[in-house]
Write a protein that binds this ligand. Structure first.
Ligand SMILES: Cc1cc2nc3c(=O)[nH]c(=O)nc-3n(C[C@H](O)[C@H](O)[C@H](O)COP(=O)(O)OP(=O)(O)OC[C@H]3O[C@@H](n4cnc5c(N)ncnc54)[C@H](O)[C@@H]3O)c2cc1C
Length: 307
């Protein structure tokens, strides 16, 4: 077990776009910062990530490597490859326990992201992140004018149908089980030639993750090349909850706009608190939280000197 002697000014848990962006701002503000990450990002299976200005189409792995390369310029930022397993707060200092060590810090930022819970459909794991996606703004362009399936039977999924119609008119809804669709909605889908399949899905046919068809329990197959769906999500880390940060109905942490939580010195950034799940928003969130952390540290130092 490694004990760090240094008292860090900021510790960031999570080395995704939110955490890395916070590290850049804190590094440039000359803050002694440690970033602890165990390399399990939400988009780990994705080959090309879209919509981040100047980085459109880059793989998530390359994105993180580029960010880490840039951070090497700032000597006060240190990386630790490890998993944070516990955090305690004592007299304004956070004690962070990882699998391999313990360190102390004045401020903490959780940028630990979410984990998606996939529908239990044979073949879903294989297509996820390759031809099954969660965000039209991230991956809709690649499926423009192509046959798209929306899987789900919540109100949000029906909104998804409407949204995806902007990318392709060849959209089909799969409720994956009997569902009493509202008459007005059924009519609207009929008018737009959007078929609704209410049978359970038996399996997904694909080649190397590229969806080819959806097979229903009756044996009917429907040719489709992409899926969009609203996944259920879980927090990657529940440590902020243990520390007393409340969660909303969707399981996201409730914070102020800059990520400040109800716990003094504790911040959250990225998908864990922000409902806009895109890299650019996560990066922006991390930068915002880092500015507030820096302002708090500046104020504390200023007040201490008594100017
Ligand atoms: C299939 C799919 C496709 C997507 N495509 C796009 C796209 O094209 N464009 C786009 O903008 N967005 C896309 N996204 C969304 C994007 O991936 C997220 O918005 C973004 O990754 C959120 O960043 P984050 O930093 O909040 O979390 P993450 O990127 O998930 O990073 C969280 C990090 O925290 C670490 N961590 C968690 N718990 C601990 C712990 N206890 N100790 C140490 N480390 C920990 C994890 O290992 C991980 O590295 C996609 C998402 C999915 C699922």
């Amino acid at each position: 077990m490694h004990m760090f002697q240094e008292l860090f000014e900021a510790a960031i848990v999570g080395g995704g776009p939110a955490g890395l962006s916070a590290a850049l701002t804190l590094g440039r503000a000359r803050r002694s910062t440690v970033i602890i990450d165990h390399h399990k990002p939400r988009n780990k299976m994705v080959r090309h990530s879209h919509g981040f200005l100047t980085r459109d189409g880059l793989s998530p792995r390359e994105f993180r490597e580029l960010a880490k390369e840039e951070l090497k310029k700032y000597p006060s930022v240190r990386f630790i490859n490890d998993e944070v397993v516990d955090v305690r707060r004592n007299h304004k200092i956070f004690q962070v326990t990882t699998k391999n060590g313990v360190l102390e810090t004045k401020k903490m930022l959780f940028a630990t992201g979410l984990v998606d819970v996939l529908p239990e459909i044979d073949g879903f794991d294989a297509v996820y992140g390759i031809s099954a996606f969660i965000c039209p703004y991230c991956d809709g362009w690649e499926f423009r004018d192509k046959p798209i399936a929306i899987i789900g039977h919540q109100l949000a999924d029906f909104h998804f149908v409407k949204a995806l119609y902007g990318w392709s008119h060849d959209v089909a809804l799969f409720t994956n089980g009997k569902y009493n669709l509202d008459d007005s909605l059924r009519q609207a889908f009929q008018q737009k030639n959007i078929p609704v399949f209410e049978e359970k899905i038996h399996k997904l046919w694909h080649s190397d993750g590229q969806l080819q068809a959806i097979e229903l329990e009756s044996g009917q197959t429907v040719a489709r090349s992409g899926i969009f769906f609203n996944p259920k999500t879980q927090q990657s880390s529940l440590i902020p909850k243990k520390l007393g940060v409340p969660m909303d109905q969707l399981g996201q942490f409730i914070t102020k706009e800059d990520g400040k939580t109800n716990i003094d010195g504790l911040y959250i950034a990225g998908d864990s608190r922000n409902h806009l799940h895109q890299i650019i928003h996560a990066a922006s969130d991390g930068a915002k939280a880092a500015v507030s952390i820096n302002m708090e540290l500046l104020k504390e130092a200023w007040d201490e000197v008594g100017l």
